[in-house]
Design a protein around this ligand. Structure first.
Ligand code: AMP
Length: 282
């Protein structure tokens, strides 16, 4: 595996690969890698000649400085995991590399209503930061395919929109959520959970499965209230949001409609750790 932290050296290497007609798959990450990330790497390896992973904790997508400071950083272990997964290239730029002080003004993106709900509403500026870094990385790497987890489903839709609006090169591929055996969605943030929080955390998935089983027994607003009540009854948890939305547009579901794909989205706060998950309802 080759490691680069310099844009021009990486691009020189990529040009050689592209000149020999190699297809490039790209997996952007913020590191602290787990098997969820590795599933994206493996899918990319299966579908492309060359797989490149970036590791960069992007400051512009954090609206909370405490969250940025406490974000786990495990670079040596990450490199070992990528090596074991047969990743070909890892790109580990510094903040100065991605945000040089003399760089032109950042673009203000218009993601429309996709940005006004859930993560966009709760974390002002978050998707502007995500759009900024992903566009920069796509412009540098120009991959054929780029892989994103459905765990961050709203982010996946935002990236598809970004790619369409700016006619960026890659095809965007959404990948299934990878879970621990007890159902907890894998997340870099899980390693910050206390023992007791970790024992309780699978209750999030259990509650989501309960919601899916009970869509015929409740209206959407009743189901939301019931899920909020159940989560808040766990002493380790506080509900951030539970929302039911149309899968393509994230328009809130007021009443169940036939022939519509709905996804339920949840954020649960466990102490200062924010856990996110979702489930397809039909
Ligand atoms: P992050 O490092 O958290 O920015 O995540 C990098 C990529 O990995 C994003 O596309 C995430 O959606 C994806 N990802 C994170 N956790 C999981 C998971 N448990 N299953 C599938 N994909 C994931």
């Amino acid at each position: 595996m080759r490691t680069f932290n310099n844009i021009s050296k990486l691009q020189k290497h990529l040009i050689e690969l592209k000149n020999s007609d190699k297809t490039i798959g790209f997996v952007p990450t913020m590191g602290a890698l787990h098997n969820g990330h590795i599933s994206l790497i493996k899918q990319s390896c299966n579908e492309n000649d060359i797989t490149i992973c970036s590791i960069f904790v992007n400051p512009t997508q954090f609206n909370n400085i405490g969250d940025l400071d406490s974000y786990p950083r495990t670079m040596d272990a990450d490199i070992n995991m990528l090596e074991a997964a047969d990743c070909d290239i890892v790109f580990t730029p510094t903040i100065e590399t991605m945000y040089p002080s003399n760089s032109e003004k950042e673009i203000i993106f218009n993601f429309g209503s996709l940005e006004l709900v859930m993560e966009g509403k709760d974390r002002p500026g978050h998707f502007q930061g995500v759009g900024t870094i992903v566009k920069k990385l796509f412009d540098i790497i120009k991959p054929n395919n780029a892989y994103f987890g459905k765990k961050d489903y709203q982010q996946l839709l935002i990236i598809k929109e970004l790619t369409k609006q700016y006619r960026l090169t890659p095809k965007i591929i959404g990948c299934e959520i990878i879970r621990e055996n007890d159902g907890l969605a894998m997340s870099s943030r899980n390693m910050r959970l206390s023992n007791e929080q970790r024992i309780q955390a699978p209750f999030i998935r259990k509650t989501m499965l309960w919601a899916k089983e009970n869509i015929n027994n409740y209206s959407p607003s009743e189901l939301i209230l019931e899920v909020e009540k159940r989560i808040n009854s766990n002493p380790e948890m506080k509900i951030g949001y539970f929302e039911i939305s149309e899968a393509d547009t994230l328009i809130k579901c007021e009443q169940w409609k036939d022939n519509t794909d709905y996804i339920a989205f949840i954020v649960v706060e466990m102490g200062d750790i924010r856990l996110i998950d979702n489930i397809e309802l039909f």
